[in-house]
Write a protein that binds this ligand. Structure first.
Ligand code: NI
Ligand code: MN
Length: 225
């Protein structure tokens, strides 16, 4: 699968002919001005939680593409009531979609919509397709629950927040990559706002010191797993 970074926590996974978009927050990100959401493809939109910096562009993209929104029960129901297609999940649950399998896993964070509506409990996703598995942590603290993931999955990539303040910082993300037993990490949720600006060089050095690889993609750049 090919994974494209759209800034902040926004990603796109191209799996054969299916496009899985994750946490689209593009029009509100001054660093992502080069990305035009009216041209983005989406068959599915996966949402880790309801915070604005993860859902801002969901409705515009889902309306145009007819994509199915996949998230926890509360978020899925919220969009279903607005007339969107949605697939509700909850923690520990797995579903076989046409592109692969998705498991909704635990995250330690909060999850309210911008208007204060309850957004259920936040999560992350493990996506398995084409014999590859990718963990998208979502906004989360370092948590021992991450140790459950390698009991079931042999991960090819861990996508971890590294911006600190609202989520794990770099040091905890290094430990998280131990917990999930995956030395190949894509960092996200950094640099978008003042609270989460980080030194890229320092982050890469800290991962390298433990024999791990941290990729930091430019907005619009892709990696293949
Ligand atoms: Ni958040
Ligand atoms: Mn966030």
């Amino acid at each position: 699968m090919e994974i494209t970074f759209y800034g902040h926590a926004s990603l796109s996974l191209a799996i054969e002919n299916t496009t899985v978009l994750v946490d689209p927050f593009i029009t509100g990100n001054p660093n992502a001005k080069a990305i035009d959401i009216t041209t983005l493809k989406a068959d599915y939109i996966l949402l880790t939680h309801a915070h604005q910096d993860h859902i801002l562009d969901v409705e515009a993209i889902a309306k145009r593409t007819g994509a199915t929104i996949v998230s926890n029960y509360e978020i899925a129901t919220y969009y279903e009531q607005k007339g969107f297609k949605a697939h509700p999940m909850n923690h520990g649950g797995k579903w076989n979609f046409d592109f692969g399998t998705v498991k909704y896993v635990n995250a330690i964070h909060t999850s309210s919509f911008p208007d204060g509506t309850y957004g259920g409990q936040p999560g992350g996703f493990v996506i398995s397709a084409q014999n590859k598995s990718v963990y998208i942590a979502g906004d989360t603290a370092l948590t021992y629950d991450m140790k459950l993931i390698p009991l079931e999955y042999d991960l090819n990539l861990a996508i971890l927040p590294i911006g600190d303040n609202f989520t794990m910082g770099v040091e905890d993300a290094v430990l998280a990559s131990d917990f999930v037993q995956c030395d190949k990490v894509l960092g996200y949720h950094f640099d978008t706002f003042g609270y989460i600006e980080i030194s890229h060089e320092d982050a890469i050095t800290k991962f390298n010191a433990k024999g791990k690889t941290l990729s930091l993609l430019a907005i619009g750049e892709s990696i293949t797993v």
